[in-house]
Design a protein around this ligand. Structure first.
Ligand SMILES: C=CC1=C(C)c2cc3[nH]c(cc4nc(cc5[nH]c(cc1n2)c(C)c5CCC(=O)O)C(CCC(=O)O)=C4C)c(C)c3C=C
Ligand SMILES: [Fe+2]
Length: 350
């Protein structure tokens, strides 16, 4: 929220509006997490995912911004490898070597290596992003206004969504550019988030906590989709069945109540992370679908009330459990680094 209050360019009434929305949806400064895991040789049958990826629709928010990578690209890239999954990021390769999968406190822990498991944690700092330079302003605004979470036209006018985003962004850009020029020629959001990232990394290193920290932005570089590609190895840690599917469960974090159960493939999982809405794979239709896309009754993977995550999307066995584990882990970490200068209040722990 502090980040938001630094958005001087936004008219006051709009800022208030933003803050309200942000509280409801945790769009900014959210910490997402996954434990990066998998055995050192991680095999997966990707043929099914590949077939699905070729005709599944991309994420629910309909992004195809001027500079924003579509989720299609995301689905294509890392999911096309055959057999032995290629780990393209050497750093991740190095840290992705143990197989331990943890659920909630009372759940079963399954491991490929029963002893001496080294737990690796990845933290993804999610933020909204802002234009870096004046020439980024219009495409940035396009990315913002094409987001269905910001402007959603009635179904009937769905086709106008993109032209409208383009129109507003072009019309507004000159005024916004003026504003950005007045504060140094670009948005401070990226810098602030990078500083948080570094502070978090340093604080954790100082405590000998082995965590990889990443930043992903929703409307400008580095886009979450790209960053998710970097942390793609996390998907390798999931035990996919021979059709490339795993069971996913959306669970209320407070009560443990199961909200729904379905199947996910790699694309659904990646879309869930980037869109922050529970997305499943429909077996009969062989496509991805986001719960709530017709009813608007989404399952948000986080929903901030105060500092508390209310609902989260869990995967039987993997990511969900890891996310949940993160809650505990990061709270512990927060205690450990309590006296450091890192502004944990800026980060929503999920
Ligand atoms: C009618 C106009 C706008 C609506 C509605 C709106 C909603 C909205 N915006 C964000 C997040 C951000 N907005 C940012 C900049 C920005 N937003 C608008 C307009 C609307 N936003 C404009 C014109 C601009 C450009 C700056 C300006 O001219 O005032 C940013 C970037 C901030 C930065 O650091 O650069 C963010 C982030 C949300 C979450 C939201 C609705 C939920
Ligand atoms: Fe805005």
């Amino acid at each position: 929220m502090e980040n938001l209050s630094q958005i001087h360019l936004i008219p006051k009434f709009q800022l208030l509006f933003l803050i309200k929305i942000m509280e409801a949806t945790s769009l900014s400064g959210v910490l997402s997490y996954t434990k990066l895991c998998g055995s050192s040789l991680c095999y997966s049958d990707d043929r099914f995912s590949r077939r699905i990826a070729s005709f599944s629709r991309h994420s629910s928010n309909g992004f195809n911004g001027v500079n924003k990578p579509s989720s299609k690209a995301l689905i294509k890239g890392p999911f096309l490898s055959d057999g032995l999954i290629q780990r393209r990021n050497l750093h991740l390769q190095a840290i992705c070597r143990v197989g331990v999968y943890t659920f909630g406190e009372n759940d079963v822990v399954e491991s490929h290596h029963s002893h001496a498991m080294e737990e690796k944690i990845g933290v993804l700092l999610l933020n909204l992003g802002g234009p870096k330079t004046l020439k980024d302003v219009q495409p940035f605004l396009y990315n913002l206004f094409v987001d269905l979470d910001i402007i959603r036209l009635p179904r009937l006018f769905k086709l106008l969504q993109r032209p409208l985003a383009k129109l507003i962004s072009v019309l507004r850009a000159p005024k916004s550019e003026e504003g950005y020029a007045a504060i140094g020629g670009g948005s401070p959001l990226r810098k602030i988030t990078d500083e948080q990232e570094n502070a978090l990394r340093m604080a954790l290193e100082a405590k000998n906590v082995n965590v990889s920290v990443y930043v992903g932005m929703r409307y400008w570089y580095p886009f979450t989709e790209e960053v998710i590609e970097q942390v793609d190895t996390l998907l390798d840690g999931i035990k996919w069945d021979d059709k490339g599917l795993a069971v996913a469960i959306a669970q209320n974090v407070d009560t443990g109540a199961i909200l729904m159960q379905g199947f996910v493939n790699r694309g659904a999982l990646a879309t869930t992370i980037t869109s922050r809405k529970a997305t499943f794979f429909s077996r009969p239709r062989a496509t991805l679908w986001t719960k709530g896309e017709t009813s608007n009754n989404f399952i948000n993977i986080y929903d901030k009330r105060g500092n508390k995550l209310c609902v989260q999307f869990s995967w039987r066995g993997f990511l969900l459990g890891h996310v949940r584990l993160l809650l505990v882990k990061l709270l512990e970490i927060q205690e450990q680094i309590g006296s450091s200068n890192i502004k944990m209040s800026n980060l929503v722990l999920i």
